[in-house]
Design a protein around this ligand. Structure first.
Ligand code: KDG
Length: 312
């Protein structure tokens, strides 16, 4: 067993060429995105074998996505093309400080054709780790059942699971999101979440109580420019942020998740994992695009000052 498994929708991401309100942006760069796909790219760049399950349309954009994902070295055994469903689009607005907004044009995404019957126990024979996120759960009502059947198989096979709520209130309401998350949490070993997200989800419940109630072995909290922390075995671990000049913060959390799991698969202790993941998250924000800034392992070593790069 050596693959990381994830599943989710792919989007064409239109990155604005200029910063500022979208109504004044005339040109865009055609790239790709999707939270779980960003995660898969993050894993692949760091050198982890990863399978991304999805459905692509039969349009030109889906061919671009297929070629790009294949080029990243991601396994697509469970990616099927379905005709008649257009690829989802996402236009981004980016402000001067790197923060941004997403404007989705995702209606009949090809992933809506996926059902629980598409999940089969044998698919997990070579899977070492499962990572799910709330974006997949948000895009179609049947996706919660798909997610749960993956988690039940994972539990039966002893495969560790991480989950990132990735709240997208443009896709569902907070009440809908919370109802789904609370069904997922009992299966989750590592919960990777933004600080603002977990506060929205558990409200005033103390973190320690939440973790005990749902039997979550690690709660990893990402707090952007303030760094990250983890609650593991009754102890908090804090990791300082890396100070960078962000140009686009979208995708940093997905990169963080990939880096955390990379650390886990490579036997890093909690402190090393948080530091490594903070570095990757910070690096992602320095490049425009949802996944263009995801580093290869050597890039992280250079960023951390562990290696010198000969540039010319
Ligand atoms: O986490 C980044 C993603 O949010 C982005 O790539 C696209 O919003 C997106 C989505 O719905 O997956």
């Amino acid at each position: 067993r050596n693959y990381i498994f994830t599943l989710g929708d792919a989007l064409i991401t239109f990155n604005p060429v200029a910063t500022g309100p979208l109504r004044y942006v005339d040109s865009f760069e055609r790239k790709l995105g999707g939270a779980e796909l960003n995660f898969a790219i993050g894993c692949a760049r760091l050198g982890l074998p990863v399978k991304w399950m999805s459905r692509l349309g039969g349009d030109e954009f889906s061919k671009y996505i297929y070629n790009t994902v294949r080029g990243e070295g991601i396994n697509m055994d469970y990616v099927e093309h379905v005709s008649g469903y257009p690829t989802s689009l996402n236009f981004k607005e980016i402000l001067e400080n790197g923060s941004g907004k997403t404007f989705y044009y995702r209606y009949q995404s090809p992933i809506l054709t996926m059902t629980e019957e598409d999940i089969d126990e044998s698919m997990f024979d070579d899977i070492a780790y499962v990572h799910l996120t709330g974006v997949f759960l948000a895009i179609a009502p049947q996706n919660l059942q798909i997610g749960l059947s993956i988690l039940r198989i994972g539990k039966a096979k002893g495969i560790p699971v991480s989950f990132d709520p990735n709240i997208r209130l443009k896709l569902w309401t907070l009440e809908q999101a919370r109802a789904a998350y609370f069904e997922i949490f009992p299966y989750v070993d590592i919960l990777l979440t933004g600080l603002d997200e977990i506060e929205m989800i558990i409200d005033t419940m103390p973190f320690e109580q939440f973790v005990a109630q749902y039997n979550i072995s690690e709660l990893v909290i990402k707090d952007g420019a303030n760094g990250s922390k983890a609650y593991v075995d009754g102890h908090w671990h804090n990791a300082e942020p890396f100070l960078v000049k962000p140009v686009d913060t979208v995708g940093a959390g997905d990169g963080y998740d990939a880096a955390d799991i990379f650390g886990l698969m490579n036997g890093y202790d909690v402190a090393e994992r948080l530091r490594f993941a903070n570095a990757v998250g910070a690096m992602v924000t320095t490049v425009k695009g949802d996944n263009e800034g995801l580093p290869e392992y050597t890039d992280v070593e250079v960023f951390l000052g562990q290696k010198t790069l000969v540039e010319r």
